[in-house]
Design a protein. Structure first.
Length: 158
């Protein structure tokens, strides 16, 4: 990723989130999970590589669905926070065990586990998300409580 350069353009990140929700709606319905968008109703324009940011949001949302069960909720929100845009993907799913938290963004372990319907991952998704966000001078992180869900979030400078 060191040689990859973002192809930055201005785009409305809320429209991008709406598109991702539309793409993932069927999967959410199949698992009986509520998929929502909340946050600012302003037109939040970001200057970033649209494809890269779409990949980040979609991966975070797909993971949230993967680790959620019937009756859970996945919420994607966007807000302006000082000189940044904050995108958050929060779920009410199974959460992340304490012993796994340090492995989530560790490139040397490629941590992966099965989802609530035995969905398998590669362990590359979150590491790739981290790389893509950092290419935009942003930051990525998460909070999680086992049995209560997770909140993955990232920032992009305005």
């Amino acid at each position: 990723m060191e040689t990859v350069e973002p192809n930055k353009v201005f785009f409305n990140i809320q429209v991008t989130i709406d598109e991702i929700i539309s793409l993932l709606k069927q999967r959410a319905d199949e698992k009986k999970i509520t998929l929502l968008q909340t946050g600012s109703t302003n037109h939040l324009e970001v200057y970033a590589d649209k494809t890269m940011i779409e990949m980040v949001i979609r991966n975070l949302a797909e993971n949230a669905l993967k680790f959620s069960s019937a009756g859970d909720t996945v919420t994607i929100s966007v807000a302006q926070q000082n000189n940044n845009i904050l995108v958050s993907v929060k779920d009410t799913g199974i959460g992340i065990p304490a012993e796994a938290k340090s492995k989530i963004f560790d490139k040397s372990t490629l941590y992966t586990t099965y989802g609530t319907k035995s969905e398998k991952g590669s362990g590359l998704g979150l590491v790739l998300c981290q790389e893509l966000v950092e290419l935009h001078n942003g930051s990525i992180g998460f909070e999680s409580t086992p049995g209560a869900g997770s909140n993955f979030y990232f920032t992009l400078p305005l």
